[in-house]
Design a protein around this ligand. Sequence first.
Ligand SMILES: C[S@@+](CC[C@H](N)C(=O)[O-])C[C@H]1O[C@@H](n2cnc3c(N)ncnc32)[C@H](O)[C@@H]1O
Length: 464
Amino acid sequence: MRVGEFRTSLLAIALIAALGAPAAAAALDVGVPDHFEAALSEAAAAFVEETGHHVRLHFAPVPPGAFEIARQGGMDVLIPPCDESAKAFCDNGWVSPDTGKRIFYRRMAIILPPKNPRGIARLLDVLQPDVTVGSLSVLRSRIEQVAPSLCADPHEDMDVMGLWCGNDNVMMDMLHLGVLDAVIAWDTFAADDARNFVVVRLPRSAAASQACAPITAFVTPASDDPEAAQQLVDFLSESLTAQDIFMKHGCMLDDGGHAAWYDEHPGKRFDPIYRSIARQVIDDYGIAEGRALDIGCGPGQMALMLTEMTNLDVTGIDIEPEVVEIGRRHAEEAGLAGRCHFVCADAHSLPFPDNYADLIVSRGTLPFLRDKVLALREVYRVLKPGGVAFLGGGMGRYTSEDMAKKLYPKGVSPETALGWGPGQTREDSIFPFPVRNFAALVTEAGIRDYTVIDEGGRWVEIWK
Ligand SMILES: C[S@@+](CC[C@H](N)C(=O)[O-])C[C@H]1O[C@@H](n2cnc3c(N)ncnc32)[C@H](O)[C@@H]1O
């Protein structure tokens, strides 16, 4: 596609909705960067279904395609590709700043081939001389701040090697073909790619203010129907429907700023339960040597307990770079950093080879995963034959009802405290999800040898 051109997608659903829509239905034109296509198409279709308005999405490469769309005018809503472009849109009067609302965040990330063959875990690993790194030329000023040594590389202008690519699809193909070992770019470039690239989001300590960018939707001054346009902006930023859709497409719903709070509050309050769950796992499976993984480890309490109580080499994995940093700090403070590691990674594309871990645990994370079946397949892939995975949510069977009540704030019922909600039977509980669904998910992931455990919360143990 030539720069400045854009594709228009008239949502089929708009036509269907229009047949039964009220006379006041608006026709909204929305300018969108093309790599938000999947997420925005789905969210816009949900809006059309809910309101009866028509939505026409105009996709363009970013930038300068997005700016072209703005210049051509006629858009009711504009979604700039990141905060810097949002500022440029505001400065040029293409959007009305007071109408803007954040719809999701994207994060600078290291993107790696499936299974991470080079074993890259941090920015430092990427900056080794034998690693060929790619990025987009439009991200150059950001990369200069994230990794100045990359920009000082003597090959910086070698288009053939693709260090600075003009097009994100070409860049991701080069990564897949092995021309590049790693890419530093927005995490959203990998989110909708069926090739299951490994994503390592960069923490603020490595990427400072470049780490995270909010994506904002704005109403433009050119809009024919500002009220309906604002309705769309509100829907995208506030409705649970849109949030579910964005999460499904791997878009972040917050910027990770809550990590320290999580460590300080739930992390501290639940301290005794990490010990009881670790004890239960050790007693039940007798695995005290080899490698263990904790998926969605948060600030690392369970990973640290397992390390302390066994001879296992434990790795905590979390998609949130800030909690991974806190986990590393705790491991150092406890003198366990030699055997307790933390890696920023996505449970949907684990950065480990097949048959890697003797034990895998995961507490409280499954409900947050956009594709639970894919994540279960990843767990099974990296689990060693003869190994066990213990996944789910709750406090474990060694936590008494009294203890559970103490740990939760006043007024929370013991049922909730132990892992299922007030007025619900265990069978129908929504957290982490009903027992029967749990079994269905594991089966769908192709896993045969498993047991659903309905005690001390809701868990599944998986054998390979
Ligand atoms: C409720 S917390 C549980 C943390 C910890 N396991 C505990 O029991 O306290 C859920 C964790 O899952 C992480 N998470 C969410 N999506 C993830 C993903 N796709 N891959 C890895 N971790 C993820 C979150 O960042 C968060 O730290």
